[in-house]
Write a protein that binds this ligand. Structure first.
Ligand code: OOG
Ligand code: NI
Length: 470
């Protein structure tokens, strides 16, 4: 008899935990950040029983401490193809396409994440995964050299590949295999202080773009940050210096609001680390700056209409105030952001009525009781007004390209702004991936519609539809 398979959710949780342990050991400042975040989160829950209640209702209370993401940068199409298969073992699929070249970063990216609501509730861990666009290196000689260096490396262990194949062939892994798989997968993301290139090659790659040096010069795609979730990002940002951590100048994303939307994130500046170059002379030393820590605070997912408004407001702020390399004008930026975002309603009900955000509907006990008595109003808005139908925000599980570019840039040195005269190349990305990336908006819309169907079914009103969801 075959041994029972463990769930992909379980493997993802084992992996998340293992990554967290490894990164805390590699980057002690990340451990300090985690402690600060835990303090601030505990304080928030204590001071805000309503928040505590809302999180409990949404099944999120238990996941606060595990909610986090990480990021890696890959060098070749083959590496991306295999990472898709590796993440599939943990129930993570490619969602969203992000073109960062427009912001002067020579990569395009996706997020590997769980998709089902149940899986998200167990552990939403996601990995922002970038693929280097070598074609954006202008110097043909250097481009060829970088391609050859990347072609020669093997970032996956043979045993990891064997276990991926076993999962694909048989549909799962046993507990023992899962444990082994996580240990093997971890090897891909480990930091290596020894570069695979000489100091001279490193310098040429670095001069082309710091990110190119980071991707090409090492044995593998080291995890470059992990991100715990915070309930009060402003408090953590303000208190980082207390613990000897230097935050980036501004929080990316929307301003602080009563009703959180999308994603707010900030990071501490990447650390300068000693590395050894390959070469004839005995161990030439240098430094490399790539690894940092980040925090995130997520809010409701916006519809296409809400997102268009968000993008327009953000662009208008960024057109008005440009934050300088050393953080000049950060205060003015925050003020302008808060001011302009007043145009986006700050109540759950308005966000819902105006079809700006996605919500999860459910029939309330009062509604079910009224259905039994046959006293339900027929108008869906009236159902909500009477408390027969409740709604709660669907959390945004994805990333924001402008914010991601800000995180990249703050960790690459703001002097590195370059504009690539290019267009996004989603087709090439999907060809490399060996599959399509899913549309995040469609996923949220499906979840909203399914929750509404179930709620209406529970009220015996299956035929009715809310007009905003039509
Ligand atoms: C990824 C930066 C993007 C985020 O949270 O938006 C990112 C990187 O630096 O490789 O992680
Ligand atoms: Ni990040």
């Amino acid at each position: 008899m075959p041994k029972a398979f463990v769930s992909t959710d379980r493997i993802r949780s084992l992996f998340t935990e293992a990554m967290s342990q490894m990164y805390r050991a590699e980057v002690p400042q990340y451990g300090t950040l985690i402690e600060l975040v835990a303090d601030v989160n505990a304080g928030c829950l204590e001071n805000d029983p309503e928040l505590r209640e809302r999180l409990a209702r949404a099944g999120e209370l238990e996941r606060i401490d595990v909610e986090r993401h990480g990021a890696i940068r890959l060098g070749t199409a083959e590496e991306l193809f295999t990472i898709r298969r590796l993440f599939a073992v943990m129930g993570m699929q490619a969602v969203g396409y992000y073109d960062l070249s427009v912001a002067g970063v020579p990569v395009h990216s996706t997020s590997f994440r769980p998709v089902d609501e149940a899986a998200l509730n167990v552990n939403p861990f996601r990995v922002f995964t970038s693929l280097l666009r070598l074609e954006l290196i202008e110097d043909e000689g250097l481009r060829g050299e970088a391609a050859a260096i990347l072609a020669a490396r093997r970032i996956y262990t043979p045993r990891a590949i064997a276990l991926i194949e076993r999962h694909e062939r048989d549909g799962g892994l046993s507990e023992e295999e899962a444990t082994e798989f996580v240990a093997e997968a971890l090897e891909t993301f480990r930091w290596h202080g020894e570069a695979t290139v000489s100091a001279e090659t490193y310098k040429r790659l670095h001069d082309a773009h710091r990110l190119i040096a980071d991707v090409v010069s090492f044995k593998g795609p080291h995890i470059n940050h992990l991100t715990p979730r915070t309930l009060d990002i402003d408090a953590v940002q303000a208190r980082m210096p207390e613990r000897g951590i230097t935050p980036k100048a501004v929080i990316e994303g929307p301003p602080r609001r009563h009703c959180d939307i999308l994603l707010r994130q900030t990071s501490f500046k990447a650390l300068e680390e000693t590395i050894a170059f390959a070469g004839d002379a005995d161990a030439i030393q240098g430094t490399h700056t790539a690894r940092f820590g980040e925090i995130e605070q997520r809010g409701v997912a916006l519809t296409a209409k809400g997102r268009a408004l968000y993008d327009r407001l953000l662009a208008s702020v960024r057109g008005e105030v440009q934050v300088g390399a050393g953080g000049a004008k950060a205060g003015a930026y925050d003020q302008e952001l808060a001011e302009r975002f007043k145009a986006l309603p700050d109540s759950w009900d308005e966000l819902r009525r105006q079809d700006l955000a996605f919500f999860r509907y459910c029939a309330t006990p009062a509604g079910i009781a009224a259905a039994v008595n046959g006293t339900l109003p027929k108008d869906p808005e009236a159902l909500i007004a009477k408390g027969y139908l409740a709604f709660s925000p669907i959390v945004y599980e994805d990333f924001l390209p402008v914010s991601a570019a800000g995180i990249f840039q703050s960790n690459l040195g703001t002097d590195q702004q370059q504009n690539y005269a290019t267009h996004s190349n989603r087709d090439a990305f999907e060809a490399a991936l060996g599959g399509t990336v899913q549309d995040e908006l469609a996923l949220y819309a499906e979840r909203q519609a399914a929750s509404l169907d179930a709620a209406m079914e529970a009220l015996g009103l299956a035929a009715l539809q809310l007009k905003t969801v039509a």
